[in-house]
Write a protein that binds this ligand. Sequence first.
Ligand code: DUT
Ligand code: MG
Length: 609
Amino acid sequence: MNVAKEQRIEAELRKEAQESTKRPGRIAWLWMNMKGVRGIYIIAIFGTVVYNAMQLVVPHFSQKIVDEFLTGENAADNLVNHKDVFINLLIAMVALTIIRVVVVYCDCMTYEYVSQKVLYRVRNILFDKIQRQDMKFYNTYRTGDLMTRVTGDLDAVRHMLAWVIRMIVEAVVLVGSVSIYFFYMDWRLALSLLAVAPFILGIIVLFKNRVAPQHRLLREKLANMNTIAQENISGNRVVKAFAREDYEIAKFDKSNADYRDTNIQTAFTWLRYYPYIESFANLLGLILLVMGGAFLIAGEITMGQYVAFSGLTWAIANPMRQLGNIMNEFQRFAAASAKVMDIYYAKADIMDKEDAIDHPGRFKGKVEFKNVSFQYEDGNLPVLKHISFTAMPGQTIAIMGETGCGKTSLIHLIPRFYEPTEGEVLVDDINVADLHLKELRGSIGLATQDVLLYSDTIDGNIAYGDGNITREEVVRFARYSAADEFIARMPEGYETIVGERGVGLSGGQKQRISLARALAVKPSILILDDTTSAVDLETEKQIQHSLKELDFECTKIIIAQRISTTKDADNIIILKNGEIAEQGTHEELIGKGGYYAELVKLQMGSEVA
Ligand code: DUT
Ligand code: MG
C-alpha cells in the first residue's frame, strides 16, 4: 500500500475516533482499523481453510491405499496390475504435503504482514490521540500506564490478528470438516465421537468466566510495573540524592513479583481445567478403539476407513485441546483491547468549538480576566476566586504571592489549559474558549515553572516553537534572555546537545534557554512563570532590560518572587489564597502598606537599591 493511501486511511480513522459518540465492540473496532488490508486478510483466512482442508485429504488417500493395495481382497492383484494408480496416489500424497507447506508459509507471512500494518496504524492514531489530550488527561493517566498501552497492550491486540483468529479458523475448519467427513463415512461412529464436544465446550465456558478477570488484572499489574520503572528511571537523581536505591529495588521487585504471580495464577487457571479437556480428548481415542474395532469386526467399515478414521481423530482432538489456549489468548486480547480503546476513544474536554472564531493575523495581546473562579476537578477547594484584571497590549503585569496561592493556576487559564469554573478569560476581547486553540496558543510564549528541554541541540530547543527561524534569530533571542554568552562558551556552541530534561545545564541556564524558546515564537503574550528565579541578580537585570527592548509588541505576564523583577510592572497583582489581595504599581502598593510593602522591606537593601 502506498504512503498516500495509508495516510488517507489513517486520517479517516482518526476522524472517526474523534467524532464517534459510541464505542464499537472490540471486533468491530479491529475490523474498522483493518481498512485497506481487509482483502488480504480474507485471503489469509481462506489460505488457512485451504491448508487445513488439505490436511484432511491425506487420510483420504491413505484410506484408498490401504483398502485397494494393502488389505482389500484384490490388493495383491491391484498392486501388480494397477501399479501406476498406486504410484500416482503416493505422488499425490507427497505433492499435497509440499503444497501444504508452501501455503502455510505464505499464510503465516500474510497474517504477520496485516497485523503489523494494523499495529503501526493504531499506534500512530494512539500517539496522535495522546498528543491532543488536555491537562486533565495527563493528570489522570500515569506515563508508564500510557507507555504500556501503546506497547504491550497493543501487541496483545496484534496477536489477535496474527495468531488467535488463525487458530479459531483452524479449529472451526478442522472440527467442521472432520465432522462432515465422519458423517459421510458412518453416521453412528461420527455421532458417538461428537457426543464429547458439548462437554468440552462447557468446560471452556467455565474456564472463560474464571480467566477473564485475571487477564484484566494482569494488564493492570503490567502497567503498574512499567510505571514504577519509568518513574524510577526519570527520577533517578532523587533516588541517588536520598541513597534510596535499595528501597527502589525492593519496590520494583515487589511489583515484578506481583506481576509474575498473577501470570502464574492465570496459567494455573488453565491447568485446573486442562485435565478435564485432555481426558475428553483422549476419550475420543478410546471410543474409536472400542466402537471402530467393533464395527470393523462386524464388517461395517473397511480397514481403510478405520485407518482414515484414526488419522482424523487427532485432527478433531487437537483443536479441542487448543480451545482452552485460544480462549486464554482471546481473553488477553479482550483485556488489552479495552485498555487500548480507552485511549483510542479518549475525548479531550478542551477542544476547538465547532463555531470557533478565526483570528487570522497577530493578536494585539490584550488579556482580561472577568470575575474568574477556578477549581481543579479532583480538588475540593476553589483555587482562584473572583479574579478580575486587565492587561492592555504591551503592558507588563506582575503576579506575586505565597507559594500555593494559585499563580500558576491563574496563568494556565490564558492558553486554556484549564477552563474557569466561573467568569471568563478574554484575549483581544474574545473569550479564549471561542478561539482556535492553535491560534490562541500559537500567539502565547510560555516559560513554565519547571523547565523541560528536549534531548536535542540548544538551537533545536530554542527554535522548538518555530522550526523556520534562522540561526541569527536564535542567537538574537538567546541574547535577549542573556543566554548567548554561556552558550557561545560551550565547546559546540548552539550545536551542543542537551540531555534529557536538560542534563548538563545549570538551573539558571535551563531557565534562560526556556525563556529564549518562549521569545522565539515572537508571542503577542509572553508568560513567565518564575522564569528568572534561578538566575543571578546581575543577569536578571540584563534580562529585564532586554524584555523592555523587544522588537515586537508583547504583553508580559510575569510571576516572580523578587521585587527587582516586578517593580517596574504596570500592574502588580498580589494573590492570597486565590484572591486578589492587592493590586497597583510599585509606588501604590508601597503606599498601601500591605503584603507587598512588607516584601519590599524584607528584600530591601539587598536588591531594591
Ligand atoms: N493544585 C491542584 N492541582 C494541580 C495543581 C495545583 O489541586 O494540578 C492546587 C495546589 C495549590 C493550588 O492548586 O493548593 C494552587 O497551585 P498553583 O500551582 O497555582 O500555586 P502557585 O501559586 O503557582 O505556587 P508556587 O509559587 O509554589 O508555584
Ligand atoms: Mg507556580
